[in-house]
Design a protein around this ligand. Sequence first.
Ligand SMILES: Nc1ncnc2c1ncn2[C@@H]1O[C@H](COP(=O)(O)OP(=O)(O)OP(=O)(O)O)[C@@H](O)[C@H]1O
Ligand SMILES: [Mg+2]
Length: 431
Amino acid sequence: MELSKKKIADIRKKIEQKNSVFAKKRYLDSMILPSKIIGREAETEKLLNNILSLRDGFVVPLVSVYGRSGSGKSTVVKFVCENLLDLISFRFVNLRKAKTVFGCANMILGNLGEELLSSAQGLNKAVDCMQSQIEKIMKHERKKYFVLVLDEYDVVFSDTRSNPSDFVYKLLQMEENLRENGFWICIVTISNNMLQGYDLDDRVKSRMGSADVSFLPYSKSDILAILQDRAKKAFRVSVPKDVLEYCSSLSSSDHGDARRALDLLRTAGEICNGKITKDDVDSAQRNLQKDRVDEIVSSAPHHLRCVAAAICSLAIINQESWSATSSIYKKYTHIISKTDNPLSYRRVSDLLVELENSGLLASRAYSRGRNGYGKEYKLKVSPELVGPSIDSEWFASVMNKKISLDRAKNLEKLLPRTSPLRKYSRMFSDL
Ligand SMILES: Nc1ncnc2c1ncn2[C@@H]1O[C@H](COP(=O)(O)OP(=O)(O)OP(=O)(O)O)[C@@H](O)[C@H]1O
Ligand SMILES: [Mg+2]
């Protein structure tokens, strides 16, 4: 096919028609800081309490803000800081792209307007530069209080070669030095888990105190309120209430994630035909799930894909929605043995937790009687959606096995109970 002026004009027209339902689409962009925050009063009050204690001379050195994805942590913290500018200076650093502890230090330096350092110059030098730069900012902005927000702080703990605990220690030390010089500073970390729950030295834990603000996942009515507010501004057409309710119940059922709810509504708007319906929301949900699964699986290392393949295969062949870690491990070793040596049981358990954190799996505990409790997992999306992203050829073979198994089962039903042929159909279930 050849690209022509007409073709471009046609594509443009198609896109413009698609976007015609939107008045201001940016209101559905989850990257933009909203001008209005819905709810979250208790969390805001707790956060403010900690930050404002600076003024009373009581220092909370580290405030750990934590909660699931899309629960409004970054939005609320930024909003609070921006509304305290008469009192504080603040810098908001998103550490997501940093791969190492030193990388984090450099990102902070860059955000403070300082030149980046080479890792050979060392972490101590980096923290010293941070300290002098913060002093400079506070003098320049004539502020006595400074809040350093470190968003996506979890990345610090994924650098297993360095010592994340030591980095926290150095930051606390820097705060003390600044305080001695008359500059009051508070660090707010934002992460998915509570900071105290990470592997930190006791000396660090005791120094950093236990100020935390937890953000629970949004309920259906919270998400509905956020969507109603945005839909009014974002769409030219009015979105029926039952459609908004449907979007919020899909988004709150297991994750309570406002970002996903906004993405869902925006995608439904993009694919609708002039008027948004529940069917558009369903199609949008499928598109988004497919994109998300592709994103998780395509970037996953080989063993993680094999663990995902194991649980997917159990879901399809054995029709098990929940599978115990031991069954998944057995299936995983069977799959991996064709190409590689299997990882240990413990390591595979960690990979399952990783898949759960990425949002692909859900888990629950189950009783093993006298042997305590075990963990079971299930896919949060249909295995038919996950399988092809792992490996289309492999998935086609799983589906073929499933068809053969179903045929054998049907055949078994027709055979007399005593027929020796029955055992052949059972053999398939162990594939
Ligand atoms: N209370 C709220 N009122 C209005 N909009 C909100 C609210 N909470 C979240 N949002 C919207 O949802 C999006 C996601 O929120 P946010 O980025 O703050 O989540 P998060 O908890 O930081 O998630 P993550 O852990 O993935 O970084 C934001 O862009 C924001 O537009
Ligand atoms: Mg965030």
